[in-house]
Design a protein around this ligand. Structure first.
Ligand SMILES: Nc1ncnc2c1ncn2[C@@H]1O[C@H](COP(=O)(O)OP(=O)(O)OP(=O)(O)O)[C@@H](O)[C@H]1O
Length: 596
């Protein structure tokens, strides 16, 4: 996407994909417009000269002029309407493509890194610019055609007048410089704009609003947002001024050429070497030339802005292609052995600090494994690796002896289920909010009801006005749920797949009391036990509550990204150390502390 033709080509291909007929029409109208400009210049000259030499021709000259003007006026109107319609279509095509690309990247790195988020927000805001750039490209091409025709007509008057076309170069070069200045400024402020937008969203988010008011930090958030806004605006305004200076310099040079050309032809007419018709045509063409040039400059500015957005788009396409999971290996229908982690280390992309270090683990088929550890020990990162959200920096994860990186990731994910700490709150019907856990069965009411009952979400649904058909979430004016109720639905979602090979519960239980959490984990482990046993399913529990953890067959203790202990509850208690200390401390807190 480096050269201009590639950008123009890509943009025109987009327009063609959005609406082929309208694209061809816009291009054809632009050509008609260019020819009309030249025809109108010719008609003025013909009119003036025939008035003196051949009065009978005046009518024909006037007719040509009228036709040229009518064509220009009609084309302008129709072209504008078609362009507006087509811009919306291209915008839609781009938004869909962006959606597919963002969702199609198998990893989640681009959604977790600030640098990538900046690029994404530039693309999101820039789809309309890119769509508009189509017409910038077409307009610029048609103006170049007009310029060539005008140059030919000027050369007929005097070859030296072709130089006027050379004066068209400075405004173009300067406009390009100006666009570069604006484009760089936009990229520089993308981070500040994203932060400002985030703070703005936070200030209007009901959840955050409560804490902001209690802590009295609304004003601080508002002034932080204002500071980001000011920072971005200052850079953009400064860039705007510099860009305006560049543009003014370009036009000043053109004005010099324009005045010089008119003076030159006026001199030739005064000497009787050229006719007044020539002078009128040069004056008329020069005026059009300025308009056409203006269009070319605007078109090339739009094109340059579109080019910047296209560069980000191309980056996203490359990122998606680079991150494409190449594994095509089959996922076993049942786990015979289990999942091995062999020397797995992991650092988040763009960071040097490993959050998992040389982890060697065996998750045996058909067992329940619990992972415990302090905040930041690496538990969720481990879950992200097991679900293929990231690949290990070194080492391998093997599913029944086949490396996960060699397995078809979509197929693997279709045999996993998970409920996360930061779970999703889909604004759909209550039934679908559960059914989405197994897309082919999203509306399978008996399956949804089973999952709801297993997650204890049936009581939540029973309290809704239209049961499973109740629309959820404030965005579409649906019923709102408490955090704990959303959590139950999320757990229901994770129980939709009857025979996952890996079922994960990564603490989606923060809003539950210890007893409810314990019940929920028990239900999760017990749900469809026979089916899961037949499939050799591994159930992975992440929890800080040791009363919950002890139900697992195997417990893994993580500390600072390394496995420090593993075994059954009894083995770990007998061994003493980290796990036993934490277990006793927590038991004491529950027995001696206030009732929870
Ligand atoms: N997207 C990310 N980019 C960079 N670092 C990250 C990212 N997510 C997590 N980390 C870092 O990785 C480390 C492990 O985080 P992780 O979420 O795996 O811990 P955890 O054991 O699940 O913690 P908790 O009990 O609080 O959920 C932490 O130091 C965290 O700061």
């Amino acid at each position: 996407m480096s050269g201009r033709p590639t950008v123009v080509g890509s943009i025109l291909r987009l327009a063609y994909a959005a609406d082929a007929k309208a694209t061809v029409l816009v291009v054809a109208l632009a050509c008609v417009n260019s020819v009309s400009v030249a025809a109108s210049g010719l008609s003025v000259r013909w009119l003036a000269d025939s008035a003196r030499a051949a009065p009978a021709m005046v009518l024909w000259a006037a007719l040509l002029g009228a036709l040229a003007y009518a064509a220009m006026a009609a084309v302008e109107r129709v072209q504008h309407n078609v362009e507006v319609d087509l811009t919306e279509r291209v915008d839609l095509v781009l938004s869909q493509r962006l959606f597919r690309l963002t969702g199609g990247v198998p990893t989640v790195e681009h959604l977790e890194r600030a640098e990538y988020l900046d690029r994404l927000s530039q693309i999101r805001r820039g789809t309309e610019t890119l769509a508009g750039a189509c017409w910038g490209a077409v307009g610029a091409a048609s103006s170049v055609l007009s310029l060539l025709l005008s140059a030919w007509l000027l050369a007929l008057v005097h070859p030296a007048l072709v130089l006027l076309v050379l004066f068209a170069i400075p405004p173009l070069v300067c406009a390009r410089r100006a666009s570069g200045v604006i484009g760089r400024a936009r990229a520089a402020v993308a981070g500040a704009e994203r932060r400002e937008a985030r703070l703005h969203r936070m200030a209007t988010d009901a959840g955050a609003a409560k804490e902001l008011r209690i802590s009295g930090s609304s004003a601080a958030v508002s002034s932080a947002a204002a500071a980001f806004w000011d920072e971005a605006t200052e850079v953009l305004v400064r860039a705007g001024r510099r860009a305006a200076l560049w543009r003014a310099a370009g036009w000043a040079l053109f004005a010099l050429g324009y005045i010089g050309a008119l003076a030159f032809v006026a001199l030739l007419v005064a000497r009787g070497e050229r006719t007044p018709g020539d002078l009128l045509m040069v004056a008329g063409l020069s005026t059009y030339l300025r308009t056409q040039l203006n269009n070319t400059v605007e078109g090339s500015t739009q094109l340059a802005e579109g080019r910047h957005v296209m560069a980000q788009f191309t980056w996203l396409e490359r990122h998606a292609a680079d991150r494409r999971h190449t594994g095509t290996g089959r996922v076993p229908s049942r786990l015979a052995d289990g999942i091995h982690l062999r020397g797995v280390s992991f650092a988040y992309p763009g960071t040097d600090t490993p959050v998992l270090q040389d982890v060697n683990l065996f998750l045996r088929a058909g067992t329940t494994v619990a992972v415990v550890g302090f905040n930041g020990a690496g538990k969720t990162s481990l879950v992200k690796l097991l679900t293929g959200m990231y690949e290990p920096t070194s080492g391998d994860i093997e599913v029944d002896g086949t490396a996960l990186r060699a397995i078809d990731l979509d197929a693997w994910r279709s045999r996993t289920s998970a409920a996360f700490q930061d779970f999703w709150q889909p604004q759909v019907s209550a039934g679908q909010a559960i059914g989405l856990g197994d897309l082919p069965h999203v509306d399978d009411r008996p399956a949804v009801a089973r999952a709801a009952a297993a997650a204890n979400a049936d009581t939540v649904v029973a309290g809704l006005p239209a049961g499973f058909d109740t629309r959820l979430g404030r965005v579409f004016g649906g019923a709102d749920l408490s955090h704990g109720q959303w959590q139950r639905l999320a757990t229901g979602r994770a129980l939709m797949r009857a025979t996952p090979l890996l079922a994960i519960l990564d603490e989606p239980t923060a809003a539950l009391d210890p007893q409810s959490e314990h019940d929920l984990y028990e239900r999760f482990v017990g749900a469809g036990r026979a089916d899961r046993a037949a499939a050799g399913s591994i159930t992975l529990l992440v929890s800080h509550r040791f009363s919950t953890v002890r139900m697992a067959d195997h417990i893994v203790v993580l500390a600072a990204g390394s496995v420090v202990q593993e075994g059954s509850h009894e083995q770990l208690m007998a061994a003493g150390g980290h796990y036993a200390d934490l277990y006793r401390t927590q038991s004491r807190a529950y027995t001696a502390g206030p009732a929870l």
